[in-house]
Write a protein that binds this ligand. Structure first.
Ligand code: GDP
Ligand code: MN
Ligand code: MN
Ligand code: MN
Length: 250
């Protein structure tokens, strides 16, 4: 298996046809997985906003004030307002805003990005990343597309790539019912392959000014397994999320 970045992509602007830009720069092969950083999907989809466009509600003012007091860093209430507007649930209010986005992803600041965009600008995540992935896939005539983001995760330092949307492959590969080397039947392992591929792609894409938001994974096979499209956990059965709702930062 091999991974490489699509070379020479320009700065992406609203209305750009990402699929066409990719197609012009790479000859895709059957079974390639094209991983696209959500940053450029958002730029193409016009998800770049100015802070001015988010006049803060009383709730956003309250959240920003409390965050500022707790962290000692001034927080812009307009930013808090943007986070609230992108979210269906505020899971943690401090020491950072952890929310669930409308499409089911849980992340700090609803995934709103201020890197690789101009000052004062906010880049919101794509509205429906799976639809974005489907659109790019159709435009590319590619087999498989994943829209990624860089995200922190609990219990570990640092960030890594995760999948926000996907098309042309199942989210997970189900090993249950298969056997390990001692013949024991596997009871629980459902391997989230889209996150694993997104992580690998993110390793190549980088985080800074590399200009490599699109990475092709070549030569990886899903294999002969059952698949599932379950990716984001439902609140029901997500015990960590339920516990966080009850928890308060002091
Ligand atoms: P995220 O992980 O989706 O939040 O995206 P990042 O901001 O981490 O950027 C991932 C990669 O895409 C980095 O190599 C950036 O330099 C690159 N990148 C971001 N925006 C653009 C763009 O508009 N054009 C190009 N060519 N590269 C970009
Ligand atoms: Mn991001
Ligand atoms: Mn990134
Ligand atoms: Mn193991």
């Amino acid at each position: 298996m091999e991974l490489f970045a699509v070379p020479d992509l320009p700065e992406i602007r609203e209305g750009d046809d990402l699929a066409a830009l990719i197609r012009e720069r790479v000859d895709l092969r059957e079974d390639d997985v094209v991983c696209v950083a959500s940053t450029v999907v958002s730029k193409a989809e016009g998800r770049l906003f100015d802070l001015e466009e988010f006049p803060p509600s009383p709730r956003a003012n309250e959240l920003a004030t409390r965050l500022g007091e707790l962290t000692g860093e001034e927080k812009d209430p307009r930013f808090a307002q943007a986070v609230l507007e992108e979210s269906t649930e505020l899971i943690m209010e401090a020491p950072f805003l952890l929310t669930a986005t409308r499409f089911g992803h849980v992340g700090v600041n609803a995934g709103i990005d201020r890197s690789n965009v101009a000052d004062g600008d906010l880049l919101l995540l794509p509205k429906r990343p799976t639809e974005s992935a489907e659109r790019i896939r159709a435009g590319l005539d590619a087999d498989r597309v994943i829209v990624t983001d860089t995200c922190g995760r609990p219990f570990r330092h640092g960030q890594r790539g995760v999948a926000l949307g996907w098309a042309g492959l199942p989210a997970s590969r189900d090993w249950r019912g298969e056997r390990d080397r001692d013949g024991r039947e596997l009871g629980v392992t459902v391997q989230n392959v889209i996150d694993e591929l997104a992580s690998a792609a993110n390793l190549v894409a980088g985080e800074g000014d590399g200009g490599t938001p699109v990475v092709v994974v070549r030569g990886w096979s899903f294999g002969d397994h059952a698949g599932s499209d379950a990716h984001f956990r439902e609140v029901d059965g997500d015990y960590v999320r339920q516990a966080l709702r009850e928890w308060r930062y002091t």
